[in-house]
Design a protein around this ligand. Structure first.
Ligand SMILES: [Zn+2]
Length: 339
């Protein structure tokens, strides 16, 4: 099969890879319909994380072509969506709703779903079949559910977005934008998008943002305070992962409020005394996307939400290197790869 290999930072190639095979009786093989490039794939691409001939990709939708002897919940021919962590969905951690911390988890990025086929470990717990074969127009939104929508959703839940709440969103990448959509679906009263890019501001408004703040850092915090009677937002979503973004999120949250942080943390350190003084809730980490998949798939199937709008560039898998370039240069928010 063909698949993406990142040889080194900045060096992405599409190459022949071995076809995946069933290794465990709980595995399934999926012929991928589409995959995509994640903001987190840019960390190794930019040399901020080590990388050496790594298969890439952890977001995926497709059709089951083979199942192991113990797989019961999906069958050959099913169209499926899965999370970027495989999970058994039965251990105590999964049952508590934290499938991304399953005691048997595997990070799908280590298997690489920017490819024609993928082996999905723990298929029964990881995959969710759609109600039928989806129309082509639903594919981008179903693919978004695999990570960016599920992650934005978790961020909004972790930030306790809901009726009567003012939600501020730090980060206008795909996850931040879909955090806005999630906050709207959860009933938030006011949603403040922090963004200085006109095209992303427009999509933020389409997804439910009521206010836009262009300032960053301390100025951004001051603007949020101004918009909230000096108190700060009830709920803040942090979808970047840098020191500046985390400070911005914590300082823009009112006492008693909640920060939902989902940006993969890079060199963030927090001062204990500042946290003590803030009196806020911090909740985040790797999103348990699997928890939300049935609900999100139904919302997409019923055409109530259209998260696939975050994809602003579609390329064939063979042109993946161009997709990485476009996202690195911020010429694209999120790139869909057709297989
Ligand atoms: Zn588990």
């Amino acid at each position: 099969m063909r698949g993406v290999i990142m040889h080194a930072p900045g060096d992405v190639r599409v190459e022949d890879r071995d076809d995946p095979t069933i290794l465990e009786p709980t595995d399934a093989i999926v012929r991928l319909t589409a995959s995509c490039i994640c903001g987190s794939d840019l960390w190794p691409y930019r040399g901020a994380e080590p990388v050496d001939h790594a298969p890439m990709g952890h977001e995926y939708v497709g059709v089951v072509t083979e199942i192991g002897a113990d797989v019961k919940n999906v069958k050959v021919g099913d169209f499926v969506v899965g999370s970027f962590w495989s999970s058994d969905n039965t251990c105590e951690i999964c049952q508590a709703g934290y499938q991304s911390y399953c005691v048997h988890r595997t990070l799908m990025g280590t298997l690489g779903t920017q490819a024609e086929f993928a082996r999905i470990p723990l298929a029964d717990g990881t995959l969710v079949a759609t109600p039928g074969q989806p129309d082509a127009e639903l594919i981008p939104s179903l693919l978004a559910a695999s990570d960016v929508l599920g992650t934005g959703w978790f961020a909004a839940v972790a930030a306790e977005a809901g009726p009567g709440k003012t939600v501020a969103v730090v980060g206008d990448g795909a996850v931040g934008l879909l955090g806005i959509l999630a906050a709207r679906e959860l009933g938030a009263e006011r949603i403040i998008a922090m963004s200085r890019h006109a095209d992303r501001q427009a999509l933020a408004r389409e997804f439910g943002a009521t206010d836009i703040v262009e300032e960053r850092g301390e100025e951004g915090v001051a603007r949020i305070k101004e918009l909230t009677g000096g108190l700060g937002a009830h709920s803040v979503i942090e979808a970047v992962g840098t020191q500046e973004a985390m400070h911005q999120a914590i300082r823009a949250t009112r006492a008693g409020g909640h920060v939902g942080f989902v940006g993969v943390s890079h060199d963030v350190s927090l001062d204990g005394l500042e946290l003590f003084g803030a009196g806020i809730h911090l909740h985040g980490g790797a999103a348990p996307v699997r928890q939300y998949l049935p609900q999100l798939i139904q919302l997409i199937w019923d055409r109530r939400i259209d998260p696939g709008k975050v994809f602003d560039l579609t390329l064939p898998l063979e042109d993946a290197a161009e997709g990485y370039k476009a996202m690195d240069a911020r010429r694209a928010t999120k790139v869909l790869l057709t297989v």
